[in-house]
Design a protein around this ligand. Structure first.
Ligand code: S3P
Length: 173
């Protein structure tokens, strides 16, 4: 079912929470394109994110991420945007998103749920190489993710379609 809603939505949350899949369902319901920041970066750089982080380091990766975010949000046709798990942790990125009229939605889930998805995914995530480091990052980031405009709890039994439908119900009501 197509839904009338013309605001811009940016999805944030930890790796493995399902930002990209939820964005796909949101875009489908809203009959618009979705943009995945990680994909944009990989296309612009012509190499994988793992390659960028492993070769140039995380600090350089964050610069590349911010510059790609800036180009993406300058394109007013971009309405549904899934961020990388660390994008929202950079203040400059949060400010840019806010100024450009994005509603930020934090997809929150338990660490164990995210970790299961990270473990069984084909996506290479250099910042979640082992469970201990990933948990530390997860814990450090909670207080930053909660700065998002909206907060949605993703239970393990929810499909990404369920999550997208519930987000739309809440945002539209
Ligand atoms: C990162 C998350 C990844 C990707 C990069 C860094 C992070 O995206 O942007 O590996 O810092 O949490 P996903 O959240 O889509 O895995």
């Amino acid at each position: 079912m197509a839904v009338e809603f013309n605001k811009r939505i940016a999805l944030t949350g930890f790796m493995g929470v399902g930002k990209s899949s939820v964005a796909r369902h949101l875009a489908h319901s809203l009959r618009c394109e979705r943009t995945d920041l990680d994909n944009v970066i990989e296309e612009a750089e012509n190499r994988s994110i793992a390659d960028i982080i492993n070769t140039d380091g995380e600090a350089r990766y964050r610069e590349i991420e911010t510059s790609n975010l800036e180009s993406v949000i300058a394109d007013k046709t971009v309405r549904i945007l899934s961020l990388g798990g660390g994008t929202w942790t950079v203040e400059e990125n949060r400010e840019m998103l806010k100024k450009s009229g994005f509603i930020s939605v934090w997809l929150e889930s338990s660490f164990e749920h995210c970790w299961m998805n990270i473990k069984f995914s084909h996506k290479v995530r250099p910042l979640a190489k082992n469970k201990r480091n990933a948990r530390k990052l997860f814990e450090e980031r909670q207080k930053i993710y909660c700065l998002a405009d909206w907060h949605f709890i993703v239970k393990p039994e929810f499909t990404s379609f369920d999550v997208a439908s519930r987000i739309l119900e809440e945002l539209i009501s």
